[in-house]
Design a protein around this ligand. Structure first.
Ligand code: MG
Length: 291
């Protein structure tokens, strides 16, 4: 259990309280403004301006304030609900699948997600995502696509990464639409390609979801995109762990030079052919590892 203390202005303390509207409010300790109990952290704001975060999630909840004290109000602004959004994970990792998720979030979901401290999965610790991922999957309507490495390598000969992503995002929204009968008016993609190119890549698709809003860094601005990114990361981490277990091997995430050595070690243990099942072979790492 960790404890983190930061100093805040009164306005920041008020904003902090607003950020967790669904959290349990505890009896106020002496010399404190308030105390909140979150699923993974207790936050106490003192009259002195000291704010103490205690518990497993202490670092995580405190970190977003430490870095941006002036933006203490939600990084994720209040935007019209319901909304749905999509994001992908794994496209920058040599090992492991590509996971794309589209999620639906209404206002009630959004308030609840705020209490969990949901934000862009890249800003969240993997441990936290593994702890809360199941809750998101149980409560939010979503569609998740996992493109395994074997399939990825096969279709990559034909389509580039952007084309593959476009098709997966569209499919995720199509599945979500069928689940919900109808998609909400606000559909957001964390932009990875220009809108025109996205729709060009979908020319052959049977069903194409129109009226999507494309925005970069959308995972910081739209709760539905943030939730989708967390579910996608959760699926990626699960698949990654299963892969490590299956091959009794510690795969590294990312695509750094450390991964090159990791590839060589894996091939020594399991042979070249097995790489097809676990890696994105077109990455430069394959060559750099001397495979
Ligand atoms: Mg993204």
């Amino acid at each position: 259990m960790s404890t983190v203390s930061i100093t805040c202005t009164k306005k920041q303390i008020d904003d902090l309280l607003q950020r967790y509207p669904m959290a349990e409010r505890r009896r106020t300790p002496a010399y404190a403004h308030w105390q909140l109990k979150l699923s993974d952290c207790v936050i106490t704001a003192y009259e002195s301006g000291k704010v103490v975060f205690q518990g497993e999630g202490a670092n995580f909840h405190a970190s977003s304030y430490q870095n941006t004290p002036n933006q203490l109000t939600d990084k994720i602004a209040s935007i019209t609900y319901p909304q749905c959004g999509s994001d992908e994970v794994g496209t920058g990792d040599y090992f492991g699948p590509v996971c794309v998720c589209a999620a639906y979030v209404d206002e009630e979901h959004a308030n609840w997600l705020k209490t969990l401290g949901i934000q862009d999965s890249k800003a969240m610790k993997d441990d936290t995502i593994l702890t809360i991922g199941n809750q998101l999957i149980e409560r939010l309507p979503y569609s998740l696509l996992i493109l395994d490495n074997q399939t990825y390598n096969r279709i990559h000969d034909q389509y580039n990464m952007v084309a593959i992503k476009s098709k997966l995002h569209n499919q995720a929204f199509v599945h979500l639409k069928h689940k919900l009968n109808e998609l909400p008016k606000h559909i957001i993609i964390d932009q990875f390609v220009k809108k025109e190119s996205y729709y060009r890549y979908l020319k052959q698709e049977r069903e194409v979801i129109q009226g999507i809003h494309f925005e970069t860094k959308a995972e910081n601005k739209y709760m539905a995109v943030a939730a989708a990114s967390v579910i996608a990361r959760f699926a990626f981490l699960k698949a990654f762990a299963a892969m490590c277990e299956k091959y009794d091997f510690t795969f590294l995430k990312g695509a750094s030079t450390k991964v090159d050595q990791n590839i060589a070690d894996f091939v020594r243990m399991h042979g070249k052919e097995a790489l097809y099942q676990v890696a994105k072979l077109h990455f430069a790492n394959t060559k750099k590892a001397g495979i």
